[in-house]
Structures are given as structure tokens and as C-alpha cells.
Write a protein of this length. Structure first.
Length: 273
């Protein structure tokens, strides 16, 4: 049965053939709080998100700062390149007021601060934004100092060679290869193909794939990836109906800006691992 091609109304009526997916708060509960701030991560914890996702960069003085972009312009209004700035400079910026006056004064957090506010049950998805091998020893050290077990850490990246190094240096952490999907105009099939995705993931010893939401992420692709021995995760899904479709397909996790909305629509309160 090709669930990916069923009408959404029919998908909603399907029996629960798979374990419910985990709901991961994208940059924290960023639909309701300023992205990648402690306010967003704390809200995700209060909303019982199964995990949080963040983006990290290495500063000029070798500290790990959480921010999606390589510069701070979009979220703080001040254009500083993170890799060329010291932590003290970056911490003076306001990363919250763009979302609303109630968030005024939120600073760009360090990875160490996030690791202190997640609950013991939550997973932490850490995206390695830059193709920078020098960041890995810093990440490893912060993880060792934290109270979060390495088994609850997920390292994700669009950079396959960096992810391969991460797995070698932190074998207790699961690694997921981030990749967007497209459609081949000639064949109508997903691109990269399932075979290409599996080959790429195996070449870097990744534990799974973390794919962007796409119509071609369907039952056929899910089965192929599962048969290839890999986990499958999807980002970024904010529609409850779309989330139901992916849940019916049996993905392992759904990354969302609104974890409470999706969990409430699925009638669950989070399950951890």
C-alpha cells in the first residue's frame, strides 16, 4: 500500500501501524518564542517536546554559540559574523525582541546553557552548521561536562565529511545526515534516490537520514530507507494533517516549530525513548 499517495482524509483514518514519532522542537518552540534562545528551549520543555533542535557555531575565541545563521543580523538587528566575533560581543546582542517585547533581553545562548535546561527525558539534536572540524573537540568537551548522556545526543549536519568525523570522535552519539529532497522531472521520482541516500549515509557511518518535508517522501521511500537499516526523520512540519501523514508512514521523528500543536492533534503527551 502506498500511503504517501493516499488522500489526507484517508491517511487520518489509518490504524496506528507504527510507534508514534518523536516531536522535536525546531530551534526550540520557535513558533511561539524567539528561535534558538533559552526562552524557546524552556518553552519546549514545558510543552513536553520529546527533544529540542539547535544550531551551533564556533566563535573566534572558541566558544559554542547557538544561532541558525552565520551572522546575527536577522535575529538581533546587528550584523556580526559569529566566527569572527568573541563570545562577549555576541552576548551583548538582543536575540529576543524581534519576536516581541516580552522576550526583550534574550541573549544568544551557549550550548552549555541549553544542556542545562533540557529535561532528563529530552533528546538534543545539535546541527553542526559550518563545515568546521575544529568545532568537534569543543562539542565533545561540552557534552562530557554536561548532565545529558551521550546516548541522548543527536549530531546532524548537511556536511557529510564533518558528520563522518563527528561519528569517529563521538561514537556514542547518533548521527543523522541532513538532506533536502527534490523531484526528477524526467522520471517523477525523488532526487536523490533512495539508493543514493542510503549509499551516502553508509559512507559516513550515519545512523539515519533527516530529510526535508516533501511530497516524494512517501511510503516507497520510507520502506527503502528502512530496508537499508537506517532511521528516518523529517523536518520542518507545522501542519497537523501533514504530520499525521508522516506519522502513518512510520518516521522516527518530526521536527516542528510547534511541538505542542502537533502533539495535541495526535492526542499524545510525548514518549521519550
Amino acid at each position: 500500500m502506498k500511503l504517501g499517495f493516499l488522500p489526507l482524509a484517508a491517511v487520518m483514518l489509518l490504524p496506528a501501524l507504527h510507534a508514534a514519532p518523536l516531536y522535536i522542537a525546531h530551534r526550540g518552540s520557535s513558533g511561539e518564542a524567539p528561535e534558538n534562545t533559552l526562552a524557546a528551549f524552556k518553552l519546549a520543555s514545558r510543552q513536553l517536546a520529546d527533544g529540542v533542535e539547535c544550531d551551533i557555531h564556533r566563535t573566534r575565541d572558541n566558544r559554542l554559540v547557538i544561532c541558525h545563521d552565520p551572522n546575527t543580523k536577522r535575529t538581533t538587528g546587528v550584523d556580526l559574523k559569529i566566527s569572527e566575533s568573541n563570545l562577549a560581543e555576541l552576548r551583548r546582542l538582543d536575540a529576543g525582541k524581534f519576536k516581541g517585547e516580552e522576550f526583550k533581553g534574550e541573549a544568544l545562548p551557549q550550548l552549555s546553557e541549553l544542556l542545562k535546561v533540557v529535561t532528563p527525558e529530552q533528546l538534543v539534536y545539535i546541527e553542526l552548521k559550518e563545515d568546521d572540524p575544529l568545532i568537534l573537540p569543543l562539542v565533545k568537551e561540552e557534552l562530557k561536562k554536561s548532565r545529558v548522556p551521550m546516548e541522548r545526543i543527536r549530531l546532524i549536519s548537511f556536511h557529510p565529511s564533518l558528520l563522518k568525523l563527528a561519528k569517529e570522535q563521538m561514537p556514542d552519539c547518533k548521527t543523522y545526515y541532513l538532506r533536502g529532497l527534490g523531484t526528477d522531472r524526467a522520471t517523477g521520482r525523488s532526487t536523490p534516490s533512495a539508493e543514493e541516500l542510503i549509499r551516502l549515509a553508509r559512507a559516513i557511518n550515519a545512523d539515519g537520514l533527516d530529510l526535508g518535508r516533501h511530497p516524494k517522501l512517501d511510503a516507497e521511500l520510507v520502506k527503502a530507507i528502512r530496508d537499508g537499516g537506517l532511521e528516518l526523520h523529517v523536518w520542518t512540519v507545522d501542519s497537523p494533517i501533514e504530520a499525521l501523514r508522516y506519522a502513518a508512514l512510520g518516521v522516527d521523528s518530526i521536527t516542528t516549530n510547534y511541538p505542542k500543536r502537533l502533539k495535541d492533534s495526535a492526542g499524545r503527551q510525548g514518549r521519550g525513548e
